[in-house]
Design a protein. Structure first.
Lengths: 309, 97
């Protein structure tokens, strides 16, 4: 094989040349360990988020207000599970098994999006999650379609196609409630009040406090910085709120120009508290995942016994 | 590529979006046998009528060229430009060619 004759420096040069030429890196290509490890961390966190994200919405399946909304919610949650599967299989191409990814999640070594550590208290939360949480996720994922790792990029393209239904169904819930009774309007506003800041936190810390951003940008794993993506989301979401009569819960909100807004700074203490495991539902979400994973062990075991490799 | 211990083998999924078109790689799934593989592939990759055909194949059965071999593996075709129609000279004014 040629590999053994080429030095690490030459391999790195070749790798960076490909990245700079906007060529995708594929599973069998040489890549620096740091690049592989960044992807393992980011893609598994992304996959876990899709799967853990099924829990807050699953909370409302049996209490959906109509058959129509129940069918839609079921389809949306099934999509989230599917997105988790696209991402796990893309992440597995980096040489880590699915069992390993799940073990890291259960041990607390891998994270998932902190936003799912908030509780879903009313039906309006289904609207707020679809509109804001999926809306923020789409903003991030549209940008990640251009990520330099081929399998990740292709999974993102597939996911983005499906996500726009999620955001629209959420916004429709909010709109219908704003067209409804005073109680319904208050319920929708309350949901926005509770989900607005967690949604803005989804983009992560400020670029200046995000230690891993620089290599991730250089190697085009990330294509836009946290702050840029957050601003894009803010600018497109505020007019959507105003259109249906919702008020953004930020007394210092300033409209700088057309479709350009300045918000107050995020409460970073709360952000780090939730990231570090002390949000309202952290324990519950993980315990639920561990319980059902363990309860399914006998199924996996008997399936592998009846189909030996 | 790794196989997992408890979640079945890894299978690659290929979708044909319309009759007559080529099958295209979509991603992978885990399954314990062929039937489970094709059903998991359906549920995971074709929830919105994306496919008129579906193939699954065990990942370990796929043979591929490693990137380091790419250069010389495809070499034999690079010096045969006469396989391309643009190689040939044509007289001025020839039609339907």
């Amino acid at each position: 094989m040629k590999t053994s004759l080429i030095s690490q420096e030459e391999l790195l040069l070749e790798f960076e040349k490909k990245i700079n030429a906007e060529q995708k890196i594929e599973p069998l290509d040489w890549m620096p360990d740091e690049y592989r490890n960044h992807l393992i961390r980011q893609m598994s966190q992304h996959a876990h988020s899709e799967v853990i994200g099924m829990q807050p919405e699953g909370n409302w399946i049996t209490r959906a207000p109509s058959l129509r909304s129940k069918k839609i919610l079921l389809a949306k949650i099934q999509d989230e599970g599917g997105h988790g599967l696209y991402l796990y299989s893309a992440a597995e191409t980096l040489g880590v098994s699915r069992d390993q990814f799940i073990q890291w999640l259960h041990e607390g070594k891998a994270k998932y999006a902190s936003v799912f550590n908030y509780p879903t208290l009313t039906w309006a939360d289904m609207g707020a999650i679809g509109w804001l949480v999926d809306g923020a996720a789409i903003t991030n994922q549209v940008s990640l379609q251009r990520t330099s790792y081929g399998p990740y990029s292709r999974a993102m393209v597939r996911i983005c196609k499906e996500e726009s239904f999620h955001q629209r169904q959420g916004y429709e819930i909010m709109w219908k409630m704003m067209e409804g009774t005073k109680d319904q309007q208050e319920m929708a506003q309350d949901a926005l009040n509770r989900w607005w800041w967690p949604a803005l936190m989804m983009f992560g810390p400020h670029d200046s406090d995000s230690p891993r951003t620089s290599n991730a940008m250089k190697w085009k794993i990330k294509r836009e910085t946290n702050d840029n993506l957050r601003q894009k989301f803010i600018n497109k979401t505020i007019p959507q709120a105003e259109l249906i009569g919702l008020k953004i819960p930020d007394s210092n909100l300033v409209k700088l120009s057309d479709e350009n807004y300045q918000t107050s700074d995020i409460n970073w203490d709360e952000f780090w508290k939730v990231v570090n495991g002390n949000g309202p539902c952290n324990e519950q979400r993980l315990a639920h995942h561990i319980k059902y994973h363990n309860e399914g062990a006998w199924v996996r075991e008997s399936a592998s016994l009846s189909n030996p490799k | 590529m790794s196989n997992t211990d408890t979640q079945g083998e890894l299978w690659e999924v290929f979708i044909q979006s319309k009759p007559g078109q080529s099958f295209k790689h979509a991603g992978a799934i885990h399954a314990f046998d062929r039937e489970m593989a094709i059903e998991n592939a359906r549920d995971t990759y074709t929830r919105r009528g994306e496919g008129s055909g579906l193939w699954v194949v065990r990942s370990k059965d796929i043979v591929s060229v490693t990137p380091n071999e790419e250069g010389y593996f495809f070499d034999p075709s690079n010096d045969k430009v006469y396989r391309n129609p643009t190689f040939y000279e044509m007289p001025e004014g020839v039609k339907h060619m």
